[in-house]
Design a protein around this ligand. Structure first.
Ligand code: SAM
Length: 310
């Protein structure tokens, strides 16, 4: 299991995400996990779970993981209950092009097969990305590194144990937000957004995956949750129209940059701005959050210094 497990820390094992996910926050998860843990939050709510990098890094006692991707949530649910069945389904999935296209063409009904197929395609598809076309069909070609391997049974069991602390929602984020929450709940929102078209192109580009109306709905829910004292952290595009949606009396805003030298692929090594909103209800000063981000080598600046009003 060594390849997917970070060093065990404290009592609970920290895991890397099981699935590589577009927009995954593995790089930001250590900072977010610190915010979660030092604020002594009791439950983590992620309405845009994806690969759930924060969940696996923070190891919360209890969590709610929601995502509109039904295959993803079904995979998490099945893995939680039946790791051995998922492992058995991986048995005939060899890592070669012929097998890849055979598995890609499958439309399984069995839940364990659906989960195994998602794990397999996620590992072996080009770029390790789960992407479906307009008909919901997985359409990424074969292409993985020679050292690629599939998870072992102990690895799947470790994920099964980790995921047992979560309740799942296969739904739009609004439904996950409807989960009753208390003041020590920590809500992390990581909607789909692009950081490459963060000027005027942003809205047009994003219309297909996350509409402007979705941004409005999300900002309303976040502002309302923060105003009721919930701890809310949001990742989003560093775009003036997005920034405008969030209540400045409730949130601190940071423009952060991933430490580009750490990115595995050269094309991601260009520094890119991202917006990080941290609600004041977490109880930290701007300076304390800023120090923490600096320690994690997340180059940061204020929205204002990027010409964005805050
Ligand atoms: C940027 S990814 C989240 C990445 C995650 N933080 C991680 O570390 O892997 C955004 C996720 O939002 C999901 N999503 C898109 N539209 C949604 C919606 N309306 N409601 C809930 N989830 C949605 C996508 O399926 C995707 O998994």
């Amino acid at each position: 299991m060594a390849d997917h497990l970070l060093k065990a820390s404290n009592v609970r094992q920290q895991l890397r995400p099981l699935l590589k996910w577009a927009g995954g926050k593995q790089w930001l998860a250590p900072s977010l996990a610190q915010l979660y843990n030092i604020s002594a939050s009791t439950r983590l709510i992620e309405p845009f779970a994806g690969g759930a990098a924060l969940y696996f890094a923070a190891g919360p006692e209890r969590a709610v993981l929601g995502d509109a991707n039904r295959t993803l949530i079904s995979t998490y649910r099945t893995l939680t209950r039946h790791p051995a069945k998922v492992f058995a389904e991986l048995g005939d999935m060899r890592i070669d092009a012929d097998t890849f296209y055979r598995i890609r063409a499958e439309r399984p009904a069995l839940k364990a097969r659906i989960a195994a197929r998602m794990i397999y395609l996620n590992r072996t598809a080009f770029g390790g990305i789960w992407r479906v076309n307009a008909r919901g069909e997985f359409n990424v070609p074969y292409g993985c590194k020679p050292e690629t391997s599939l998870p072992t049974l102990p690895t799947l069991r470790a994920y099964s144990i980790a995921l047992k602390r979560a309740k799942f929602y296969a739904s739009d984020f609004e439904e996950t937000f409807s989960e009753p929450s208390g003041p020590a709940d920590f809500i992390y929102c990581d909607p789909p957004y692009t950081v490459t078209h963060n000027n005027n192109g942003f809205l047009r580009y994003n219309e297909t995956i996350f509409r402007w109306n979705d941004q409005l709905r999300l900002a309303d829910l976040c502002n309302s949750a923060a105003s009721r004292g919930r701890r809310v952290v949001v990742s989003n595009a560093a775009h003036r129209d997005v920034i405008r949606l969030y209540d400045k009396s409730l949130f601190f805003g940071f423009v952060i940059q991933r430490n580009s030298n750490l990115a595995p692929q050269i094309e991601y090594r260009k520094p890119q701005d991202e917006l990080l909103l941290v609600s004041k209800s977490l109880g930290f000063t701007r300076q304390r959050i800023s120090n923490l981000l600096q320690k994690m080598e997340l180059l940061q600046t204020t929205p204002r210094s990027r010409g964005l009003r805050w």
